[in-house]
Design a protein around this ligand. Structure first.
Ligand SMILES: NC(=O)c1ccc[n+]([C@@H]2O[C@H](COP(=O)([O-])OP(=O)(O)OC[C@H]3O[C@@H](n4cnc5c(N)ncnc54)[C@H](OP(=O)(O)O)[C@@H]3O)[C@@H](O)[C@H]2O)c1
Length: 270
């Protein structure tokens, strides 16, 4: 018989990077609803404080901590602060990510590469290292990375982002292999288009009406016919963070409304 209590993360301590808005905020609130105390972290404290208040209203402990995940010193300070407050970390969600510019292989500058790789890949890797060392001493834990469908299928003009997310999918497998002996599972989700500030930044340079049209056009390219709400990413994260997925590690779950099944041309014929 299926025991649905295996989806509970009651009594666990979760850290969610990029927890101040968008997908990270939804994940933080979802984990709190599933029973966890939640640390939310990003660069801007006021936004984090708002999310922490929302977590507390769900009856769980919350701690907002400002940190730049691309900076090693910030990672150390963040993890120390969590350990001082909670004494353990059971779940890490590496959600913080960025795509701060567009360009192609012919135009991209080194600075854009460094900014994206520094947060999306290096930050994720060394945040995982810092937390995995703690989880090893505790006897286990769960790490959930937020990749992207772009890690499977590159988008034009955001090539560096796509490369970083493909690397996140491989980092998930590599870390899963090396951490399995310590009962630390590492998995990922790969979202398709989700309605957040990051997605809207694609059209920030356009007038409002044109931006709306472009967004509607994007929705038409999704087999399910729409852009996702951040809440739709949460179920898979709870699954991967909880005992419900106790035999799953190194996996990446696509949550893309079917985008990677077929090309937009084929989808428009359906
Ligand atoms: N939205 C989509 O369509 C989509 C699709 C596929 C994958 N994803 C992935 O989902 C994750 C969340 O994206 P989102 O759409 O929710 O984006 P978002 O709304 O832009 O949120 C990004 C979060 O990351 C934080 N952040 C940015 N730079 C940071 C840094 N250097 N250090 C620490 N935190 C930082 C931001 O807060 P601060 O500004 O306060 O630092 C914010 O909390 C990302 O990894 C993204 O690549 C998104």
């Amino acid at each position: 018989m299926v025991n649905l209590s295996r989806f509970s993360v009651e009594g666990k301590v979760a850290v969610v990077t990029g927890g101040s808005r968008g997908i990270g905020r939804a994940i933080a609130l979802g984990l709190a609803q599933a029973g966890a105390d939640v640390v939310v972290t990003s660069r801007k404290l006021p936004d984090l404080e708002n999310v922490a208040e929302e977590v507390k209203k769900l009856g769980k402990k919350a701690m907002p901590i400002a940190a730049h995940i691309g900076k090693m010193e910030n990672i150390r300070t963040l993890v120390d602060a969590v350990m001082n407050e909670f004494g353990r970390i059971d779940i890490l969600v590496n959600n913080a990510g960025c795509t701060p510019g567009i360009g192609t292989i012919l135009t991209n500058e080194e600075r854009l590469w460094d900014t994206i790789m520094n947060l999306n890949l290096k930050g994720l890797y060394f945040m995982s290292q810092a937390v995995a060392r703690i989880m090893k001493e505790q006897g286990g834990g769960a790490i959930v990375n937020v990749a992207s469908m772009d890690g499977y299928k590159p988008e034009p003009y955001v090539g560096i982002y796509s490369i970083s997310k493909a690397a996140v999918i491989m980092a998930t497998k590599s870390m899963a292999l090396e951490l399995a002996p310590y009962k630390i599972r590492v998995n990922a989700i790969a979202p398709g288009p989700v309605s957040t500030k990051m997605l809207d930044s694609h059209w920030f340079h356009l007038p409002e009406e044109q931006a709306k049209t472009e967004k509607a056009e994007l929705a038409k390219q999704v087999p399910l016919g729409r852009i996702a709400d951040p809440d739709e990413m949460v179920g898979a994260v709870i699954y991967l963070a909880s005992e419900a997925s106790s035999f799953t590690t190194g996996d990446t779950i696509l949550i893309d409304g079917g985008c990677t099944i077929a090309s937009p041309e084929i989808i428009s014929e359906i």
